[in-house]
Design a protein around this ligand. Sequence first.
Ligand SMILES: Cc1ncc(COP(=O)(O)O)c(C=O)c1O
Length: 481
Amino acid sequence: MLNARAAVLFCRTGAQYATATAATGVVQGSSRCLHTFPQTRPEEGPPAVGLGLELPHLKRTGCIYLDYNATTPIFPEVAAEMAPFLFEHFGNPSSGHTYGRVCKAALDTARGRVAQLLGASDPLEVHFTSCGTESDNWAIYGAVMAARMAQLRLQPQLQPVGPPPHVVTSAVEHPAVLVHLKHLQDQGLLTYTAVPVDGEGLVDPDQAAAAVQPNTALVTIMHSNNEVGAVQPIAKIAAAVRQAHARAIAAAGGDAQGAATGALLVHSDAAQSTGKVELDVEALGVDALTIVGHKFGAPKGVAALYIRRGVTLPNYFHGGGQEAGRRAGTENIMQVVGLGAAAVVARQEGPQLRKHIGEMAERLLGAVRAEMRAEDQDKLWVNGPRDPARRLPNTLSLSIRGLNSALALQRLSTQLAASAGAACHSADGASVSAVLRAMKIPLEFAKGTLRLSTGRHTTAQDVDRAAKLIVEEARRQDILG
Ligand SMILES: Cc1ncc(COP(=O)(O)O)c(C=O)c1O
Protein backbone atom coordinates (compact mmCIF):
# COMPACT_ATOMS: atom_id res chain seq x y z
CA MET A 1 0.00 0.00 0.00
CA LEU A 2 1.41 3.37 -0.96
CA ASN A 3 1.52 6.04 1.70
CA ALA A 4 0.92 9.78 1.35
CA ARG A 5 3.48 10.68 3.98
CA ALA A 6 6.16 9.14 1.87
CA ALA A 7 5.95 12.03 -0.53
CA VAL A 8 8.42 14.06 1.52
CA LEU A 9 11.96 12.85 1.59
CA PHE A 10 14.10 13.73 4.55
CA CYS A 11 17.80 13.55 4.60
CA ARG A 12 20.43 14.00 7.23
CA THR A 13 23.90 14.44 5.77
CA GLY A 14 26.12 12.70 3.27
CA ALA A 15 25.02 9.17 2.61
CA GLN A 16 22.72 8.93 5.62
CA TYR A 17 19.46 9.04 3.81
CA ALA A 18 16.12 8.40 5.26
CA THR A 19 14.19 6.48 2.71
CA ALA A 20 10.67 5.97 1.59
CA THR A 21 10.74 2.22 1.38
CA ALA A 22 9.47 0.62 -1.75
CA ALA A 23 7.41 -1.93 0.13
CA THR A 24 5.51 0.33 2.50
CA GLY A 25 6.14 3.87 1.36
CA VAL A 26 6.81 4.81 5.00
CA VAL A 27 9.31 7.56 5.61
CA GLN A 28 12.02 6.98 8.14
CA GLY A 29 13.11 10.54 8.64
CA SER A 30 15.48 12.66 10.60
CA SER A 31 14.84 16.00 12.20
CA ARG A 32 16.84 17.99 9.67
CA CYS A 33 15.16 18.38 6.31
CA LEU A 34 17.61 18.98 3.48
CA HIS A 35 15.72 17.64 0.51
CA THR A 36 12.11 17.86 -0.45
CA PHE A 37 10.57 16.79 -3.69
CA PRO A 38 10.32 19.62 -6.16
CA GLN A 39 6.54 19.39 -6.11
CA THR A 40 6.27 20.46 -2.53
CA ARG A 41 7.78 23.15 -0.34
CA PRO A 42 8.63 22.53 3.29
CA GLU A 43 5.96 24.94 4.46
CA GLU A 44 3.34 23.14 2.37
CA GLY A 45 4.00 19.72 3.86
CA PRO A 46 3.50 16.60 1.82
CA PRO A 47 1.14 16.90 -1.13
CA ALA A 48 -2.35 15.58 -0.62
CA VAL A 49 -2.59 12.27 -2.34
CA GLY A 50 -5.61 11.00 -4.15
CA LEU A 51 -8.27 11.65 -6.68
CA GLY A 52 -9.40 15.18 -7.36
CA LEU A 53 -6.91 16.73 -4.98
CA GLU A 54 -4.94 19.58 -6.34
CA LEU A 55 -1.17 19.24 -6.35
CA PRO A 56 0.56 22.24 -4.74
CA HIS A 57 2.99 22.69 -7.62
CA LEU A 58 0.14 22.81 -10.14
CA LYS A 59 -1.69 25.38 -8.04
CA ARG A 60 1.39 27.56 -7.67
CA THR A 61 1.72 28.12 -11.40
CA GLY A 62 -1.76 29.60 -11.64
CA CYS A 63 -2.06 27.77 -14.96
CA ILE A 64 -4.89 25.23 -15.12
CA TYR A 65 -3.55 21.92 -16.34
CA LEU A 66 -5.88 20.22 -18.82
CA ASP A 67 -3.29 18.46 -20.93
CA TYR A 68 -3.12 15.03 -19.26
CA ASN A 69 -2.97 13.30 -22.65
CA ALA A 70 0.31 15.11 -23.35
CA THR A 71 1.74 14.04 -20.01
CA THR A 72 0.73 13.72 -16.38
CA PRO A 73 2.47 15.06 -13.30
CA ILE A 74 4.37 12.35 -11.46
CA PHE A 75 1.97 11.17 -8.78
CA PRO A 76 3.31 11.82 -5.26
CA GLU A 77 3.19 8.16 -4.24
CA VAL A 78 5.13 7.26 -7.39
CA ALA A 79 7.82 9.85 -6.67
CA ALA A 80 8.09 8.52 -3.12
CA GLU A 81 8.77 5.01 -4.34
CA MET A 82 11.35 6.27 -6.81
CA ALA A 83 13.27 8.43 -4.33
CA PRO A 84 15.43 5.73 -2.75
CA PHE A 85 16.62 4.75 -6.21
CA LEU A 86 17.74 8.32 -6.85
CA PHE A 87 19.49 8.79 -3.54
CA GLU A 88 20.52 5.36 -2.40
CA HIS A 89 20.01 2.26 -4.50
CA PHE A 90 22.30 2.66 -7.47
CA GLY A 91 23.31 -0.92 -8.20
CA ASN A 92 23.26 -2.57 -11.58
CA PRO A 93 20.49 -5.19 -11.49
CA SER A 94 22.72 -7.57 -13.43
CA SER A 95 25.31 -7.54 -10.61
CA GLY A 96 25.24 -10.46 -8.21
CA HIS A 97 26.18 -8.46 -5.07
CA THR A 98 23.96 -6.70 -2.55
CA TYR A 99 23.77 -3.46 -4.51
CA GLY A 100 22.67 -5.24 -7.64
CA ARG A 101 20.28 -7.58 -5.87
CA VAL A 102 18.28 -4.71 -4.34
CA CYS A 103 17.76 -3.28 -7.81
CA LYS A 104 16.99 -6.66 -9.35
CA ALA A 105 14.30 -7.20 -6.71
CA ALA A 106 12.82 -3.77 -7.48
CA LEU A 107 12.86 -4.59 -11.18
CA ASP A 108 11.03 -7.86 -10.58
CA THR A 109 8.46 -6.15 -8.37
CA ALA A 110 7.77 -3.51 -11.01
CA ARG A 111 7.47 -6.15 -13.74
CA GLY A 112 4.96 -8.08 -11.67
CA ARG A 113 2.92 -4.93 -10.99
CA VAL A 114 2.75 -4.00 -14.67
CA ALA A 115 1.88 -7.58 -15.64
CA GLN A 116 -0.96 -7.54 -13.10
CA LEU A 117 -2.30 -4.26 -14.45
CA LEU A 118 -2.40 -5.65 -17.99
CA GLY A 119 -3.75 -9.08 -17.06
CA ALA A 120 -0.59 -10.72 -18.43
CA SER A 121 -0.18 -14.34 -17.42
CA ASP A 122 3.57 -14.09 -16.89
CA PRO A 123 5.62 -11.06 -15.70
CA LEU A 124 8.31 -12.05 -18.24
CA GLU A 125 5.90 -10.94 -20.96
CA VAL A 126 6.57 -7.34 -19.82
CA HIS A 127 9.66 -5.68 -21.33
CA PHE A 128 10.73 -2.25 -20.11
CA THR A 129 11.71 0.29 -22.77
CA SER A 130 12.71 3.94 -22.88
CA CYS A 131 9.47 5.38 -24.29
CA GLY A 132 6.29 4.62 -26.17
CA THR A 133 8.03 5.36 -29.43
CA GLU A 134 10.59 2.63 -28.77
CA SER A 135 7.86 0.13 -27.88
CA ASP A 136 5.91 0.92 -31.06
CA ASN A 137 9.04 0.90 -33.22
CA TRP A 138 10.12 -2.43 -31.74
CA ALA A 139 6.75 -4.08 -32.37
CA ILE A 140 6.78 -2.99 -36.01
CA TYR A 141 10.42 -3.68 -36.76
CA GLY A 142 10.32 -7.00 -34.90
CA ALA A 143 7.23 -8.28 -36.70
CA VAL A 144 8.64 -7.33 -40.09
CA MET A 145 12.04 -8.87 -39.35
CA ALA A 146 10.38 -12.07 -38.11
CA ALA A 147 8.45 -12.34 -41.37
CA ARG A 148 11.56 -11.58 -43.46
CA MET A 149 13.58 -14.20 -41.62
CA ALA A 150 10.82 -16.77 -42.12
CA GLN A 151 10.89 -16.01 -45.86
CA LEU A 152 14.67 -16.41 -45.93
CA ARG A 153 14.47 -19.76 -44.18
CA LEU A 154 12.26 -21.00 -47.00
CA GLN A 155 14.93 -20.16 -49.59
CA PRO A 156 18.01 -22.34 -49.96
CA GLN A 157 19.95 -19.41 -51.50
CA LEU A 158 18.87 -17.10 -48.71
CA GLN A 159 17.43 -14.74 -51.29
CA PRO A 160 14.11 -13.33 -50.13
CA VAL A 161 11.45 -13.92 -52.74
CA GLY A 162 8.02 -12.46 -52.96
CA PRO A 163 6.93 -9.05 -51.80
CA PRO A 164 8.23 -7.52 -48.57
CA PRO A 165 6.05 -8.07 -45.49
CA HIS A 166 2.86 -6.06 -45.33
CA VAL A 167 1.44 -4.16 -42.34
CA VAL A 168 -2.10 -3.01 -41.68
CA THR A 169 -2.55 0.09 -39.55
CA SER A 170 -5.06 2.93 -39.20
CA ALA A 171 -5.06 6.48 -40.51
CA VAL A 172 -5.15 7.94 -36.98
CA GLU A 173 -2.07 6.34 -35.39
CA HIS A 174 0.54 8.30 -33.47
CA PRO A 175 3.65 9.28 -35.48
CA ALA A 176 5.55 6.65 -33.46
CA VAL A 177 3.72 4.18 -35.70
CA LEU A 178 2.99 6.05 -38.93
CA VAL A 179 6.36 7.77 -39.36
CA HIS A 180 8.22 4.56 -38.61
CA LEU A 181 6.11 2.61 -41.11
CA LYS A 182 6.80 5.20 -43.78
CA HIS A 183 10.52 5.11 -43.00
CA LEU A 184 10.67 1.32 -43.35
CA GLN A 185 8.53 1.40 -46.49
CA ASP A 186 10.90 3.98 -48.03
CA GLN A 187 13.72 1.51 -47.38
CA GLY A 188 11.85 -1.25 -49.16
CA LEU A 189 11.49 -3.30 -45.98
CA LEU A 190 7.69 -3.37 -45.91
CA THR A 191 4.53 -2.04 -47.46
CA TYR A 192 1.56 -0.87 -45.43
CA THR A 193 -2.10 -0.03 -45.68
CA ALA A 194 -3.66 2.59 -43.40
CA VAL A 195 -7.35 1.81 -43.06
CA PRO A 196 -9.66 4.82 -42.79
CA VAL A 197 -11.77 5.80 -39.78
CA ASP A 198 -15.36 7.00 -39.68
CA GLY A 199 -16.50 10.48 -38.64
CA GLU A 200 -16.15 9.48 -34.97
CA GLY A 201 -12.56 8.29 -35.39
CA LEU A 202 -13.39 4.57 -35.22
CA VAL A 203 -11.94 1.72 -37.29
CA ASP A 204 -14.38 -0.80 -38.75
CA PRO A 205 -13.06 -4.34 -38.04
CA ASP A 206 -14.33 -5.49 -41.46
CA GLN A 207 -12.31 -2.80 -43.19
CA ALA A 208 -9.22 -3.82 -41.26
CA ALA A 209 -9.84 -7.44 -42.28
CA ALA A 210 -10.32 -6.43 -45.92
CA ALA A 211 -6.85 -4.86 -45.92
CA VAL A 212 -5.15 -8.12 -44.90
CA GLN A 213 -3.02 -9.88 -47.55
CA PRO A 214 -1.31 -13.29 -47.50
CA ASN A 215 1.98 -11.53 -46.69
CA THR A 216 0.56 -9.36 -43.90
CA ALA A 217 2.90 -9.82 -40.94
CA LEU A 218 1.45 -7.26 -38.53
CA VAL A 219 -1.73 -5.43 -37.74
CA THR A 220 -1.01 -2.45 -35.51
CA ILE A 221 -3.99 -0.37 -34.47
CA MET A 222 -4.02 1.92 -31.45
CA HIS A 223 -6.17 1.09 -28.48
CA SER A 224 -7.28 4.69 -28.04
CA ASN A 225 -6.61 7.89 -29.86
CA ASN A 226 -4.63 10.66 -28.20
CA GLU A 227 -6.53 13.52 -29.84
CA VAL A 228 -10.19 12.54 -29.89
CA GLY A 229 -10.20 9.62 -27.44
CA ALA A 230 -11.79 7.05 -29.76
CA VAL A 231 -11.35 3.59 -28.21
CA GLN A 232 -10.95 1.07 -31.01
CA PRO A 233 -12.70 -2.32 -30.96
CA ILE A 234 -9.36 -4.13 -30.70
CA ALA A 235 -10.75 -7.55 -29.70
CA LYS A 236 -13.06 -7.55 -32.73
CA ILE A 237 -10.30 -6.27 -35.00
CA ALA A 238 -7.87 -8.95 -33.76
CA ALA A 239 -10.39 -11.74 -34.38
CA ALA A 240 -11.40 -10.38 -37.82
CA VAL A 241 -7.86 -9.92 -39.14
CA ARG A 242 -6.74 -13.36 -37.96
CA GLN A 243 -9.64 -14.98 -39.80
CA ALA A 244 -8.98 -12.88 -42.89
CA HIS A 245 -5.31 -13.86 -42.81
CA ALA A 246 -6.08 -17.57 -42.60
CA ARG A 247 -8.47 -17.18 -45.57
CA ALA A 248 -5.90 -15.17 -47.56
CA ILE A 249 -3.20 -17.81 -47.05
CA ALA A 250 -5.54 -20.64 -47.99
CA ALA A 251 -6.61 -18.73 -51.11
CA ALA A 252 -2.95 -18.13 -52.04
CA GLY A 253 -2.39 -21.89 -51.92
CA GLY A 254 -0.36 -22.38 -48.79
CA ASP A 255 2.62 -20.11 -48.70
CA ALA A 256 2.21 -18.19 -51.99
CA GLN A 257 5.82 -18.72 -53.10
CA GLY A 258 7.23 -17.68 -49.81
CA ALA A 259 5.20 -14.51 -49.59
CA ALA A 260 3.02 -15.83 -46.81
CA THR A 261 4.84 -16.82 -43.68
CA GLY A 262 1.80 -17.89 -41.78
CA ALA A 263 2.50 -15.64 -38.80
CA LEU A 264 0.32 -12.61 -38.24
CA LEU A 265 0.99 -10.51 -35.15
CA VAL A 266 -1.49 -8.08 -33.66
CA HIS A 267 -0.08 -5.10 -31.79
CA SER A 268 -1.91 -2.23 -30.15
CA ASP A 269 -0.57 1.10 -28.91
CA ALA A 270 -2.34 1.58 -25.59
CA ALA A 271 -0.28 4.61 -24.56
CA GLN A 272 -3.39 6.65 -23.82
CA SER A 273 -5.52 3.92 -22.32
CA THR A 274 -3.68 2.91 -19.17
CA GLY A 275 -5.63 3.97 -16.11
CA LYS A 276 -8.39 5.53 -18.22
CA VAL A 277 -10.12 2.38 -19.46
CA GLU A 278 -9.94 -1.32 -18.64
CA LEU A 279 -6.96 -3.05 -20.31
CA ASP A 280 -6.64 -6.80 -20.42
CA VAL A 281 -4.33 -8.42 -22.93
CA GLU A 282 -6.25 -11.72 -22.82
CA ALA A 283 -9.60 -10.10 -23.54
CA LEU A 284 -8.03 -7.99 -26.29
CA GLY A 285 -6.38 -10.99 -27.96
CA VAL A 286 -3.24 -9.04 -28.86
CA ASP A 287 0.29 -10.39 -29.27
CA ALA A 288 1.94 -7.13 -28.26
CA LEU A 289 0.84 -3.97 -26.45
CA THR A 290 2.53 -0.63 -25.76
CA ILE A 291 2.04 1.29 -22.52
CA VAL A 292 3.72 4.58 -21.59
CA GLY A 293 4.59 5.68 -18.05
CA HIS A 294 4.18 9.42 -18.36
CA LYS A 295 0.56 9.07 -19.43
CA PHE A 296 -0.48 7.65 -16.05
CA GLY A 297 1.58 9.18 -13.28
CA ALA A 298 5.04 7.70 -13.85
CA PRO A 299 7.92 9.82 -15.15
CA LYS A 300 8.79 10.43 -18.77
CA GLY A 301 11.35 8.12 -20.34
CA VAL A 302 9.93 4.78 -19.31
CA ALA A 303 7.44 2.52 -21.06
CA ALA A 304 6.84 -1.16 -21.69
CA LEU A 305 6.12 -3.55 -24.49
CA TYR A 306 4.02 -6.56 -23.58
CA ILE A 307 4.94 -9.52 -25.80
CA ARG A 308 2.80 -12.63 -25.46
CA ARG A 309 4.72 -15.72 -24.37
CA GLY A 310 5.71 -17.82 -27.40
CA VAL A 311 5.59 -14.91 -29.86
CA THR A 312 8.76 -14.45 -31.89
CA LEU A 313 9.68 -10.80 -32.03
CA PRO A 314 13.33 -10.19 -32.94
CA ASN A 315 15.20 -7.68 -30.81
CA TYR A 316 15.34 -4.01 -31.66
CA PHE A 317 18.25 -3.23 -29.33
CA HIS A 318 21.19 -5.64 -29.47
CA GLY A 319 23.89 -5.99 -26.85
CA GLY A 320 23.77 -7.32 -23.30
CA GLY A 321 21.35 -9.90 -22.02
CA GLN A 322 18.97 -7.61 -20.12
CA GLU A 323 15.22 -8.10 -20.18
CA ALA A 324 15.64 -11.85 -20.59
CA GLY A 325 17.91 -11.21 -23.57
CA ARG A 326 15.22 -9.35 -25.51
CA ARG A 327 16.11 -5.69 -24.96
CA ALA A 328 19.75 -4.81 -24.36
CA GLY A 329 20.81 -1.93 -22.13
CA THR A 330 21.11 -1.53 -18.37
CA GLU A 331 17.64 -1.06 -16.99
CA ASN A 332 16.63 2.41 -15.84
CA ILE A 333 15.75 1.22 -12.39
CA MET A 334 14.42 4.43 -10.86
CA GLN A 335 12.06 5.01 -13.79
CA VAL A 336 10.99 1.39 -13.90
CA VAL A 337 10.17 1.54 -10.18
CA GLY A 338 8.03 4.60 -11.00
CA LEU A 339 6.23 2.68 -13.73
CA GLY A 340 5.48 -0.15 -11.33
CA ALA A 341 4.21 2.25 -8.65
CA ALA A 342 1.97 3.99 -11.19
CA ALA A 343 0.58 0.60 -12.21
CA VAL A 344 -0.40 0.03 -8.58
CA VAL A 345 -2.18 3.40 -8.41
CA ALA A 346 -3.99 2.68 -11.70
CA ARG A 347 -5.14 -0.71 -10.47
CA GLN A 348 -6.14 0.43 -7.00
CA GLU A 349 -7.99 3.53 -8.14
CA GLY A 350 -9.27 2.09 -11.45
CA PRO A 351 -13.05 2.67 -11.41
CA GLN A 352 -12.93 5.76 -9.15
CA LEU A 353 -10.26 7.34 -11.34
CA ARG A 354 -12.29 6.70 -14.48
CA LYS A 355 -15.37 8.15 -12.80
CA HIS A 356 -13.50 11.25 -11.65
CA ILE A 357 -11.85 12.08 -14.97
CA GLY A 358 -15.12 11.42 -16.79
CA GLU A 359 -17.09 13.69 -14.47
CA MET A 360 -14.51 16.44 -14.87
CA ALA A 361 -14.67 16.22 -18.69
CA GLU A 362 -18.50 16.22 -18.61
CA ARG A 363 -18.51 19.19 -16.30
CA LEU A 364 -16.11 21.04 -18.57
CA LEU A 365 -18.32 20.51 -21.60
CA GLY A 366 -21.40 21.55 -19.63
CA ALA A 367 -19.64 24.67 -18.36
CA VAL A 368 -18.50 25.69 -21.86
CA ARG A 369 -22.07 25.26 -23.14
CA ALA A 370 -23.44 27.20 -20.18
CA GLU A 371 -21.07 30.11 -20.90
CA MET A 372 -22.24 30.27 -24.53
CA ARG A 373 -25.42 31.97 -25.74
CA ALA A 374 -28.21 29.72 -27.00
CA GLU A 375 -27.81 31.02 -30.56
CA ASP A 376 -24.10 30.08 -30.59
CA GLN A 377 -24.55 26.47 -29.52
CA ASP A 378 -24.35 25.15 -33.09
CA LYS A 379 -20.84 26.60 -33.37
CA LEU A 380 -19.65 24.00 -30.86
CA TRP A 381 -18.79 20.47 -31.96
CA VAL A 382 -17.38 17.60 -29.88
CA ASN A 383 -15.09 15.31 -31.86
CA GLY A 384 -14.93 11.58 -31.26
CA PRO A 385 -17.42 8.80 -30.52
CA ARG A 386 -20.89 9.79 -29.23
CA ASP A 387 -21.11 6.58 -27.23
CA PRO A 388 -19.27 7.14 -23.91
CA ALA A 389 -18.31 3.45 -23.84
CA ARG A 390 -16.29 3.98 -27.01
CA ARG A 391 -14.16 6.89 -25.89
CA LEU A 392 -11.65 7.83 -23.23
CA PRO A 393 -13.55 9.40 -20.35
CA ASN A 394 -11.01 12.21 -19.87
CA THR A 395 -10.64 13.45 -23.44
CA LEU A 396 -12.66 16.38 -24.72
CA SER A 397 -11.83 17.46 -28.26
CA LEU A 398 -13.85 20.63 -28.76
CA SER A 399 -14.16 22.47 -32.05
CA ILE A 400 -15.52 26.00 -32.16
CA ARG A 401 -16.36 27.04 -35.71
CA GLY A 402 -14.12 29.87 -36.90
CA LEU A 403 -11.87 29.92 -33.83
CA ASN A 404 -8.12 30.18 -34.34
CA SER A 405 -7.17 27.57 -31.76
CA ALA A 406 -3.44 28.11 -32.11
CA LEU A 407 -3.88 31.79 -31.30
CA ALA A 408 -6.25 30.96 -28.44
CA LEU A 409 -3.77 28.56 -26.85
CA GLN A 410 -0.93 31.01 -27.28
CA ARG A 411 -2.88 33.83 -25.62
CA LEU A 412 -4.06 31.57 -22.79
CA SER A 413 -0.76 29.78 -22.33
CA THR A 414 -0.10 31.16 -18.83
CA GLN A 415 -3.63 30.48 -17.62
CA LEU A 416 -4.66 27.29 -19.36
CA ALA A 417 -2.49 24.38 -20.47
CA ALA A 418 -4.25 22.47 -23.24
CA SER A 419 -3.39 21.47 -26.75
CA ALA A 420 -4.68 21.83 -30.27
CA GLY A 421 -3.90 18.20 -30.97
CA ALA A 422 -1.55 18.27 -33.88
CA ALA A 423 -3.48 21.09 -35.50
CA CYS A 424 -1.57 23.85 -37.21
CA HIS A 425 -2.94 26.93 -38.77
CA SER A 426 -2.25 27.08 -42.45
CA ALA A 427 -4.86 28.84 -44.54
CA ASP A 428 -5.59 25.84 -46.73
CA GLY A 429 -5.85 23.45 -43.84
CA ALA A 430 -3.17 21.23 -45.33
CA SER A 431 -1.53 21.01 -41.92
CA VAL A 432 -4.62 20.58 -39.82
CA SER A 433 -4.32 17.54 -37.54
CA ALA A 434 -4.10 14.33 -39.58
CA VAL A 435 -6.56 12.73 -37.15
CA LEU A 436 -9.23 15.39 -37.75
CA ARG A 437 -8.58 15.22 -41.48
CA ALA A 438 -9.00 11.44 -41.44
CA MET A 439 -12.31 11.98 -39.62
CA LYS A 440 -13.31 14.52 -42.30
CA ILE A 441 -14.05 17.24 -39.76
CA PRO A 442 -14.92 20.40 -41.76
CA LEU A 443 -11.98 22.79 -41.94
CA GLU A 444 -13.63 25.71 -40.13
CA PHE A 445 -14.24 23.39 -37.15
CA ALA A 446 -10.92 21.50 -37.39
CA LYS A 447 -8.93 24.74 -37.19
CA GLY A 448 -10.84 25.74 -34.07
CA THR A 449 -10.10 22.57 -32.13
CA LEU A 450 -8.93 22.46 -28.53
CA ARG A 451 -7.95 19.15 -27.00
CA LEU A 452 -8.69 19.28 -23.29
CA SER A 453 -7.80 16.28 -21.18
CA THR A 454 -8.59 15.88 -17.50
CA GLY A 455 -6.71 13.76 -14.99
CA ARG A 456 -6.35 12.52 -11.46
CA HIS A 457 -5.66 15.97 -10.00
CA THR A 458 -8.19 18.00 -12.00
CA THR A 459 -10.69 19.85 -9.81
CA ALA A 460 -14.18 21.25 -10.42
CA GLN A 461 -12.78 24.78 -10.01
CA ASP A 462 -10.21 24.05 -12.71
CA VAL A 463 -12.78 23.07 -15.30
CA ASP A 464 -15.22 25.88 -14.43
CA ARG A 465 -12.46 28.46 -14.77
CA ALA A 466 -11.16 26.86 -17.98
CA ALA A 467 -14.62 27.03 -19.57
CA LYS A 468 -14.82 30.76 -18.84
CA LEU A 469 -11.35 31.37 -20.28
CA ILE A 470 -12.16 29.49 -23.50
CA VAL A 471 -15.43 31.30 -24.14
CA GLU A 472 -13.90 34.69 -23.27
CA GLU A 473 -11.12 34.03 -25.79
CA ALA A 474 -13.63 33.03 -28.48
CA ARG A 475 -15.46 36.31 -27.84
CA ARG A 476 -12.17 38.20 -28.12
CA GLN A 477 -11.75 36.60 -31.54
CA ASP A 478 -15.34 37.68 -32.42
CA ILE A 479 -16.38 34.09 -32.87
CA LEU A 480 -18.96 33.97 -30.11
CA GLY A 481 -21.42 36.65 -29.07
C1 LIG B 1 -0.90 7.18 -28.68
C2 LIG B 1 0.55 7.45 -28.39
N1 LIG B 1 1.49 6.59 -28.81
C3 LIG B 1 2.79 6.79 -28.59
C4 LIG B 1 3.23 7.91 -27.92
C5 LIG B 1 4.71 8.11 -27.77
O1 LIG B 1 5.14 8.05 -26.46
P1 LIG B 1 6.59 8.64 -26.07
O2 LIG B 1 6.48 10.11 -26.19
O3 LIG B 1 6.82 8.16 -24.68
O4 LIG B 1 7.57 8.08 -27.01
C6 LIG B 1 2.29 8.84 -27.46
C7 LIG B 1 2.73 10.07 -26.76
O5 LIG B 1 2.13 11.10 -26.85
C8 LIG B 1 0.92 8.61 -27.69
O6 LIG B 1 -0.02 9.47 -27.30
